[in-house]
Design a protein around this ligand. Structure first.
Ligand SMILES: *Cc1c(COP(=O)(O)O)cnc(C)c1O
Length: 366
């Protein structure tokens, strides 16, 4: 017997059928824009292999990753797809990009010069208000006056990234679209890629010809105050390791931040912040057993957390039972809000110790 044969307490189930449903929803909503899948950071922590293969099987032909290393790994998983690398090209990565037929997103004049000799396709990224990667206003001006800088380059898309697409009424959205419309005049024939997950739901001007969708595929709602019919893709659960009957008042966990009065039943679950279930969720989040919501009480520790299962009928909870921390009854968005963060951070933070199980068509190379 090896460590691998022992099932861990924490299980992350990834529902590939739900992933496919979300992909079809975004694709149909953004249509006629094409829908590319953003699978950076190991597909937001869910596992790039099963995720990318399933999306490819669903007809997705374009993928975005953050780095050349991620692109290289993805090329080993999907051969007949375009793979775009968001951080562009450097002296260190130019060979990898060409060898694995990865398409960089060029973010500066220096990257344009670096890529040109390869004679291969690229995307051109303009920064219109994010002040992150991308060709800024000054460098764009140089391109307008010295158009020879672009000659010999095969530009597939002009791209920009909206800073506030999750807040549709934010004035910066309009302003970024206005700036981008001016920059497009540089290469008016070239199609454009604008929207992320949020943008995909905001109409043609926020989509462009190609949307770059990440979080919505994985079941996270990109909007703060708008519901979307997304299917939950991840189920994070842990097993009950011990039950405690409370017969006199007790404090729970480090710091004794919570006192529980009798009668109550507490369950210790084998999931902690080392698994990506954030410490700050203690005393704030809910979990679920058999669809019944129960509170997380006391501080979350590295390997364990405590839930109050008193709401469940006596005798129905046992050691070894599974407790849902994220899933159908407790959404990843709810957990993110309780933690004061966004679903992206929750998903990408899910720990390596969790056993990852894939459900639906496409797992095990089917
Ligand atoms: C991560 C990323 C995306 C995907 O964003 P979601 O909100 O997850 O859809 C799109 N474009 C760029 C440039 C990104 O960095």
């Amino acid at each position: 017997m090896t460590a691998r044969d022992l099932t861990s307490s924490g299980v992350l189930v990834v529902d590939l059928d739900a992933l496919a449903r979300n992909y079809r929803l975004v694709r149909d909503t953004a249509s006629p824009a094409e829908c590319a899948a953003v699978v950076k950071a190991n597909a937001y922590g869910l596992g790039v292999g099963p995720v990318a293969r399933r999306l490819r099987a669903e007809g997705c032909r374009r993928f975005f990753v953050a780095t050349a290393a991620e692109g290289m790994e993805l090329r080993g998983l999907v051969q007949d797809a375009d793979i775009h690398v968001l951080d562009g090209v450097t002296a260190d990565t130019v060979e990898t990009l060409t060898h694995f037929e990865l398409t960089p997103v060029l973010n500066s004049l220096a990257q344009i010069e670096r890529w040109k000799p390869t004679g291969r396709a690229a995307l051109l990224h303009f920064d219109t208000g994010m002040s992150r990667l991308g060709i800024g206003a000054e460098e764009a001006e140089v391109l307008f006056t010295e158009s020879a800088r672009l000659s010999g380059l095969s530009i597939k898309y002009l791209m920009t990234h909206l800073a506030c697409a999750d807040e549709p009424d934010h004035a910066l959205n309009r302003e970024q679209l206005r700036r981008f419309a001016q920059l497009r005049e540089l290469l008016p024939e070239v199609p454009v890629s604008i929207g992320n997950s949020a943008g995909a739901f905001l109409g043609a001007d926020h989509c462009g010809d190609l949307v770059r969708t990440g979080i919505a595929l994985y079941g996270g709602n990109p909007f703060i105050d708008r519901d979307l019919p997304l299917a939950p893709v991840v189920r994070l659960s842990g097993r009950i390791l011990q039950l405690r009957e409370v017969r006199s008042p007790v404090t729970v966990g480090y710091g004794a931040t919570r006192t529980v009065a009798p009668p109550a039943t507490l369950a210790i679950v084998g999931i902690g912040y080392a698994d990506g279930y954030l410490r700050c969720l203690g005393n704030r989040a809910s979990a679920s057993v058999n669809g019944v919501r129960i509170p997380v009480v006391g501080r979350v520790s590295m390997d364990y957390l405590c839930v109050d299962v008193s709401a469940l009928p006596a005798g129905t909870v046992h050691c070894g039972d599974s407790v849902e921390l994220i899933g159908e009854h407790v959404s990843v968005d709810e957990i993110a809000t309780a933690a004061g963060t966004i679903s992206y951070e929750i998903l990408t933070g899910l720990g390596a110790r969790l056993q990852r199980v894939y459900q639906g068509k496409g797992h095990n190379g089917e």
